[in-house]
Design a protein around this ligand. Structure first.
Ligand code: ADP
Ligand code: ZN
Ligand code: ZN
Length: 731
């Protein structure tokens, strides 16, 4: 007897056994492979399940064993390592396997539709056209030429265009019923690369070492200061990969970066480049997925979820800005795309290259333990020097819309010299607080432990945590006084101050309020790269990875907001953000300048930015983590619960702790339950139970116990719990 073990999309952390569909013969059953889709009954529904294994027997009692209804994929769509990666991810992240397998497929296939190959539009001759004697159509040489070409073989539209055959000529042949449109299999044309830049000594060394390791698995961290030419190294490494007939997968952190990255790749490669990110429509997404799968795409560039893109002939995986927190999914299937990428490269037997100017302490740690090879680029590739960083003590100086006189002067100077300036403020809206001057009332969210942000232009108060919106009040809701005042700064307010101060220069605000449309970021980047003097003002959307050659001055409007964080990663994040923001200055030619406004000029993190560099800071921060057994020098996991009833959320974790405590693996420490830093969010009270472990094995054993105990435990209605392995934020 053959048993099919399937992953079924459901919240259950287990697999389900089925009998094969009745119409499959033994030979067909023997050829089944993991990843093939089947239609199966599940409870009262019919769903798409994914084969994980074929077994000889099952513990499921015969009378409750049901048969699968239909095999949806006659042959596996995925190469065998992807199901293996899914099995690993489901086990490591303790996530329901059905949901993990679902992440491997575009929606159309998840819904159980038949797989369709992509075709390309083309032309072929009709029977009548094929029967025409050579030398026909003498009076129309163009038509005769098209006929002769198609006589040899059907051609796709692009190939016909390349031969100089116009659509009009083809239409004329169609009207004579000599040729017709058709769909041709997507051509996997060889990719071509244009000549790269002449590498400097450091770049050449790094490339050479990477090329030596191009076969088999190895993992590399490329730590290169901002503007040191990491991207150029990626491009030349990819050129080698394509020349060997392999595909390259490139992960980037944000959709906003795709246009810029894509532009550079298109310039360099005559190749099919597909993009995968959450902003795509369903049909586009399917095309990109299928082109990656059938091998017609040479390069796949994508955000987090692209780490699961199928690849016909993978040869290289690159994770750019590998430190970026957006690689970690924060809900549902809480995976780290960076870590999954490394695991995938290992299963595939190809190299993984992680790159950043400010690598995560995880990756730095991995280079110290010898798991990753370290490569450094210490100098900027195109310009003389890294920018000068200057701390501006704003104590006792008058600020107008957040701008000190010193900053205003520097901006004037920069614009006067025909250059661009970039201001960073990580808070959108007009002001983070609305307060009554008479009684002290503060506008707060009804569903969260949070203040409402003033959005003056829209005339609204908004909660940035649950999305609640209210009209901006004119009187205090407590004492009805009209004396309402805002405190604190948001981008909208600074934008106003800048427009007032520099009326003749454009001010571009870049935050999630102003960048709503799908292409607004791409349009703006184009505008900025025309190089006219202007001021850019934005949140971290603007600080990431962008290459703005004309920016000469960078200013951090309010560094104080970032200096005091409760999270153990606070200092690392701050050092990364400040280094990245600073790195936007002076990227081409002229040296840049960085100004940091603060009330704490002596703060060690700010001093380090001036006196030291990220490389040194990261190693110091790592020593501190080591001393405290914190990640990455120890393992952390967290179980969260949320419930409208706060006592119930906490009680669930208290009971869970009680259930696992006695049998917790040696060396592990349980902490909590503790209320989350923002205890109430969107009407739910949130608690968390933390577990520290000395190494992965202990953490995995503990996670296993916690999950089994939580699943066995009765939970009140409306309570939700989740486990997060390697959490990025404790929230
Ligand atoms: P990173 O990715 O490290 O931030 P980039 O690859 O964007 O750096 O390079 C920064 C700038 O330096 C770009 O304008 C790039 O064209 C230029 N550049 C990179 N490598 C070289 C080189 N070998 N010679 C000249 N210019 C270079
Ligand atoms: Zn009041
Ligand atoms: Zn809220």
């Amino acid at each position: 007897m053959s048993i099919l073990r399937l992953a079924i999309p459901s919240p259950l952390r287990r697999l389900f056994d089925y009998l094969p569909p009745a119409d499959l013969d033994p030979a067909q059953i023997a050829s089944l492979r993991p990843g093939q889709r089947l239609r199966v009954p599940f409870g009262k529904r019919v769903v798409t399940g994914y084969l994980t294994a074929v077994l000889a027997h099952t513990d499921t009692p015969a009378d409750s064993l049901r048969a699968a209804l239909e095999l949806l994929d006659p042959a596996p769509l995925l190469d065998p390592h992807l199901p293996e990666l899914a099995d690993w991810a489901a086990a490591y992240y303790h996530h329901p396997p059905g949901e993990v397998y679902s992440a491997l497929f575009p929606r159309r296939l998840r819904q159980g539709h038949a797989h369709q190959r992509l075709g390309e539009p083309g032309w072929r001759l009709t029977a009548r056209g094929r029967g025409l004697p050579a030398g026909a159509l003498q009076r129309s040489p163009q038509q005769a030429r098209a006929l002769a070409l198609l006589q040899a073989d059907a051609r796709n539209v692009a190939a016909l265009q390349a031969e100089g055959i116009s659509t009009g000529v083809l239409r004329a042949l169609r009207d004579k019923e000599l040729a017709e449109k058709c769909t041709l299999p997507a051509a996997a044309a060889p990719a071509r690369s244009r000549q790269g830049l002449a590498l400097n000594g450091e770049q050449a060394d790094v490339l050479e070492r990477l090329l030596q390791r191009r076969e088999g698995f190895s993992c590399h961290l490329l730590e290169g200061v901002t503007g040191s030419g990491k991207t150029e190294v990626y491009l030349q490494l990819i050129a080698d990969c394509l020349a060997r007939g392999r595909q390259a997968l490139v992960l980037i952190p944000e959709i906003g970066l795709t246009a810029q990255t894509l532009g550079r790749f298109r310039e360099r490669f005559e190749a099919r480049i597909e993009v995968l990110h959450s902003g795509l429509g369903e049909a586009q997404r399917y095309r990109a997925w299928e082109a990656a799968r059938d091998g017609s795409a040479h390069i796949v560039i994508g955000t987090r979820s692209a780490v699961f893109a199928p690849l016909a002939a993978p040869g290289l995986i690159i994770v750019d800005e590998e430190h970026d927190a957006s690689y970690k999914q924060q809900d549902g299937f809480r995976y780290s795309a960076r870590d999954v990428a490394v695991k995938r490269a290992q299963l595939l037997g190809c190299p993984a290259l992680l790159g950043s100017a400010t690598p995560s302490l995880e990756s730095v740690h991995n280079t110290e333990t010898g798991r990753y090879e370290h490569h450094a680029l210490t100098r900027r590739a195109a310009s003389a020097a890294l920018p000068q960083v200057q701390i501006m003590d704003v104590r006792a100086s008058a600020l107008h819309g957040g701008l000190s006189t010193g900053l205003v002067d520097a901006l004037g100077e920069c614009l006067g010299a025909g250059r661009q300036a970039l201001l960073f403020l990580n808070r959108r809206g007009y002001a983070p607080t609305l307060q009554c001057h008479d009684c002290g009332w503060v506008a707060g969210c009804e569903s969260c432990d949070a203040r409402l942000t003033v959005h003056r232009r829209r005339g609204e108060l908004r909660c940035h945590h649950c999305g609640a919106v209210r009209p901006l009040p004119t009187t205090c809701s407590h004492c009805h006084s009209p004396q309402l005042a805002t405190t604190g700064l948001g981008t909208e307010q600074v934008e106003g101050a800048l427009r007032q101060r520099f009326p003749r220069h454009p001010v571009f605000r870049v935050d999630s309020d102003s960048m709503q449309g799908r292409d607004s970021m791409a349009t703006l980047v184009e505008e900025i790269n025309r190089g006219e003097p202007c001021i850019l003002l934005g949140t971290q959307m603007l600080a990431k990875g962008h290459h703005f050659p004309a920016v000469a001055l960078v200013a951090v409007v309010d560094a104080d907001a970032m200096l005091f964080s409760a999270d153990f990663r606070g200092e690392e994040r701050m050092a990364q953000l400040l280094t990245q923001v600073s790195g936007r200055a002076g990227r081409a030619g002229t040296p840049g300048r960085v100004l940091i406004q603060t009330h704490y000029p002596d703060h060690p993190l700010l001093q380090a930015l001036v006196d030291s560099d990220y490389h040194t800071q990261a190693r110091e921060l790592l020593r501190a983590r080591q001393a405290n057994g914190l990640p990455p020098c120890g393992q952390l996991l967290v179980v969260r619960s949320d419930c409208a009833d706060g006592a119930a959320a906490e009680a669930f974790l208290v009971a869970l702790r009680g259930a696992v405590e006695a049998a917790a693996p040696a060396g592990t420490t349980l902490i909590g339950p503790l209320p989350s830093p923002m205890q109430r969010r969107a009407g739910k009270f949130r608690s968390q139970l933390l577990l520290y472990a000395p190494h992965r094995r202990a953490a995995q054993a503990a996670a296993h116990r916690l999950v089994s105990a939580a699943e066995a435990q009765a939970a009140p209605r409306g309570l939700k719990w989740s486990i997060d392995i390697d959490p990025q934020d404790l929230f």
